[in-house]
Design a protein. Structure first.
Length: 151
């Protein structure tokens, strides 16, 4: 019993160290630069699964409403009705969501208590990069008489 607990602690420590080495702003910027339109399409096609993952994660659950806003921005961008957003913002959203969708990322999601820490880090780095664009999008929605509920 104690051996299993030690192995789980060691696994958690190793995962935490790996996260500190890899999950940082530079990693996110590098990966965002690799995102293309096919990735954005995959993200939109996976919206239901991504939203479910966010809702089922205690770490990410509080960001579910923000997730709706981000999906709304991507949808409006892809439809061509909202174009006041740089590609970097759309790519950041896509990368963040695809990272959340991937259960075998830097810290696998099935590790209890730790699995979503890297997802949270990636998501929050991404939000920090694009928060002005999120505010601009929300202002645009309000100016056009839309509400968050319509996303």
């Amino acid at each position: 019993m104690f051996g299993l607990k030690k192995k789980m602690n060691d696994l958690g420590t190793a995962a935490e160290e790996k996260k500190e080495e890899i999950v940082n702003e530079e990693y996110v910027k590098t990966e965002v630069a690799k995102i293309d339109d096919d990735d954005v399409k995959l993200t939109m096609d996976s919206q239901e699964e991504i939203s479910e993952t966010i809702l089922n994660s205690n770490v990410l659950k509080k960001y579910s409403e923000l997730g709706k806003v981000l999906f709304g921005m991507m949808k409006d961008y892809r439809k061509g009705v909202y174009n006041k957003v740089p590609w970097f913002t759309i790519a950041t959203i896509a990368f963040s969501f695809l990272y959340i969708l991937n259960p075998f990322d830097i810290i696998p999601d099935f590790i209890p208590g730790l699995g979503y820490i890297d997802d949270f880090a990636i998501f929050t780095f991404g939000i920090r990069f694009i928060q002005t664009d999120i505010h601009n999008y929300l202002d645009w929605k309000i100016e056009n008489g839309d509400t968050i509920e319509n996303l």
